[in-house]
Design a protein around this ligand. Structure first.
Ligand code: HEC
Ligand code: HEC
Ligand code: HEC
Ligand code: HEC
Ligand code: HEC
Ligand code: HEC
Length: 454
């Protein structure tokens, strides 16, 4: 009896200790700050509740404690420099690395111990999201964007409608006019006159031939204009939205799962083009994500549809999910290119995504206080993270480039421009005194033909 009570007490003490250690973990960090750091550094590869490139991190402290008997010290070492930890021969570090197909996690030597505690606090106790406000805001910006798009679209449809109505009206007029002429001919009073006038429809037609031809020519021009307009509208300009070989939803990836644009379009930062990711990039995640478990469904689509689309990745890369190995049989996926400038235009993503990033975000948000953006890409490509199928959000004409260069103030203080425009800035200030020191892109050569044309 006594010994049972002893054990019972020991058990209580042990539980107490456990609780107090976990309580002290909870007390160490600031979850709000952790959330910020997590979003800035980790969401490209991790989510709290599901596996992405790396494992789900919700409750990771508890999980490592109970499953691997590892404490937060290990986590600090891992997060700061996972490679060093692995190379030190740490057993679990090497295990998890192997389990994730040797995909390397980035090291974070810049995060302080406090930062890491904050992140861990966030993974343990994520602050409750504010769904109402968030959803309202999302709906708000979406509906504003949608409204704008609809307004522009309706302008296009109006042009087409007016063209069609004009053509229809002219046809009707022509018809009535001809009927009138034919009728005219049939009345008795005119019978006499008819001797001197046209007596048959053919004569009449001959007489009015030039009018008819003129009208026909006019109709032809109008029809061409209408068709041209319509083709420009659906095929070349804004709103172009082709079906892709795999139904890849940006809303599900970049929106719901908050995957950073540059995780997939990584070359945007470095070069002229921003490229569609190769299928290997998809496999970083989809080796482990073989089915769709999200709640969100597009109208008319279900889980089976999404699962079948994910299978196409395996078909394309020759991955056998049953055997967990590549068969060597691959099929290229031919994505339909949506944005495509003519060959004589030079457009460089790095110039805009790196040097121009802050300037473009600031200027966009000043002009669109109701549809603010957080990622520079959206200034030109629209709210891609709400699109299930990407479509062109702007018309991508020369006028569009120039308009933005005229109105966007260059950030002369960022690292790139400070270096590049050291002397130019003062010269420009003198040259454009009326600008009060504000320098827009046109002032640094953004309207020079040679900058955008080969
Ligand atoms: C470039 C992608 C990438 C980024 C960014 C990244 N991780 Fe990871 N992380 C991984 C991968 C992949 C693994 C699985 C182990 C491996 O393959 O190295 C992992 C594993 C982990 C683990 C071990 C989880 C377990 O179940 O044992 C922790 C903890 C972790 N990451 C924390 C973080 C934190 C915190 C951040 C942000 C500061 C971060 N990671 C950013 C890719 C990433
Ligand atoms: C998980 C990978 C992934 C992420 C993350 C991602 N994309 Fe994409 N993106 C793709 C793929 C695949 C395509 C080609 C299929 C298509 O057009 O939907 C594409 C196409 C595009 C296109 C059209 C390219 C063309 O053909 O002209 C644009 C623009 C684009 N993405 C912008 C973005 C932006 C902006 C973000 C961030 C909000 C983003 N993407 C995030 C994979 C990704
Ligand atoms: C960073 C991780 C990641 C990458 C990279 C990634 N995906 Fe996904 N993918 C996901 C997640 C997460 C889901 C949603 C799974 C869920 O909610 O259960 C998903 C869902 C899907 C789906 C079903 C929903 C939809 O969008 O139609 C398809 C298809 C898909 N991915 C294709 C691709 C293709 C193609 C690529 C490469 C261009 C790719 N994915 C790259 C994480 C990724
Ligand atoms: C200043 C406007 C602008 C910004 C900002 C911008 N893009 Fe683009 N993007 C364009 C133009 C213009 C094209 C067409 C380029 C061409 O056809 O040569 C394009 C094309 C693309 C393509 C198609 C492939 C290619 O490179 O032609 C993808 C993918 C893309 N952009 C993704 C992104 C992503 C991701 C970001 C943010 C990191 C981004 N863009 C930021 C204007 C922009
Ligand atoms: C959303 C606004 C925006 C749009 C749209 C835009 N640009 Fe720019 N562009 C900028 C900014 C800002 C810079 C200056 C970046 C810097 O700080 O160096 C820039 C710089 C440039 C430069 C370098 C100019 C120089 O003298 O160094 C070129 C070339 C250029 N853009 C081409 C284009 C083309 C081509 C298009 C259309 C397809 C385009 N841009 C559309 C904002 C834009
Ligand atoms: C900021 C970049 C930029 C600058 C500066 C620029 N252009 Fe363009 N230009 C473009 C783009 C982008 C297109 C392609 C538009 C399209 O495909 O609709 C284009 C198209 C053209 C075309 C083909 C006709 C057309 O409208 O499609 C001509 C001609 C042209 N530009 C001449 C010039 C001349 C001359 C200058 C100097 C005064 C100049 N451009 C300066 C970006 C620029």
């Amino acid at each position: 009896m006594i010994s049972w009570r002893k054990h019972y007490k020991r058990g209580l003490i042990a539980i107490g200790l456990l609780l107090s250690t976990s309580a002290s973990i909870y007390a160490q960090g600031d979850a709000k700050n952790g959330e910020k750091l997590f979003k800035a550094n980790c969401t490209a590869c991790h989510a709290l509740d599901k596996q992405m490139v790396g494992p789900a991190l919700g409750g990771i402290v508890e999980k490592l404690k109970t499953e691997q008997n590892l404490d937060t010290d290990w986590l600090h070492k891992w997060i700061k420099d996972n490679k060093a930890l692995r190379e030190s021969g740490d057993k679990y570090a090497n295990e998890i690395f192997a389990k994730f197909n040797k995909v390397e996690m980035l090291p974070f030597p810049n995060l302080s111990d406090q930062d890491i505690n904050d992140i861990l606090e966030y993974t343990t106790n994520p602050p409750a999201p504010e769904p109402a406000a968030d959803a309202a805001a999302a709906v708000d910006t979406n509906s504003v964007a949608a409204l704008e798009a609809a307004k522009k679209d309706s302008l296009n449809s109006k042009i087409i409608l007016i063209s069609l109505l004009t053509i229809g009206g002219l046809l009707l007029w022509l018809l009535l006019r001809l009927r009138q002429l034919v009728k005219l001919q049939q009345t008795d009073e005119l019978a006499g006159l008819n001797a001197t006038r046209a007596t048959s429809f053919a004569d009449l037609y001959k007489k009015y031939d030039y009018v008819g031809k003129g009208i026909l020519a006019l109709l032809g021009i109008l029809a061409c204009y209408g068709i041209w307009n319509w083709m420009m509208w659906i095929g070349v300009y804004k709103g172009y939205k082709p079906e892709q070989p795999i139904h890849f939803s940006h809303k599900i990836h970049a929106g719901d799962n908050k995957i950073d644009c540059q995780l997939c379009h990584s070359s945007a930062k470095y070069g002229k083009v921003s490229e569609i990711p190769s299928m290997n990039v998809c496999m970083n995640c989809h080796r482990n994500i073989s089915e769709y478990k999200g709640k969100y469904m597009e109208p008319g689509k279900d889980k089976a549809f999404y699962d079948a689309e994910i299978q196409k990745i395996y078909a394309a890369t020759g991955w056998d999910p049953g055997k967990q190995q590549y068969t060597g049989k691959t099929q290229p996926v031919e994505w339909v290119r949506i944005h495509n400038m003519p060959d004589f235009v030079y457009f460089n993503h790095a110039q805009h995504v790196v040097a121009g990033e802050q300037a473009i975000i600031n200027s966009h948000n000043k002009k669109n206080p109701n549809a603010k953006i957080d990622v520079v890409c959206k200034a030109c490509h629209g709210q891609v993270d709400t699109m299930n199928v990407v479509q062109m959000a702007n018309d991508f004409t020369m006028g569009w480039c120039i308009e933005c260069h005229r109105t966007t103030e260059v950030d002369m203080n960022n690292g790139y421009n400070k270096e590049y425009f050291k002397n130019l800035h003062d010269k420009l200030k003198k040259q454009y005194p009326q600008s009060e020191g504000k320098i827009t892109v046109d002032a640094i050569g953004g309207l020079e033909c040679g900058k955008c044309h080969y």
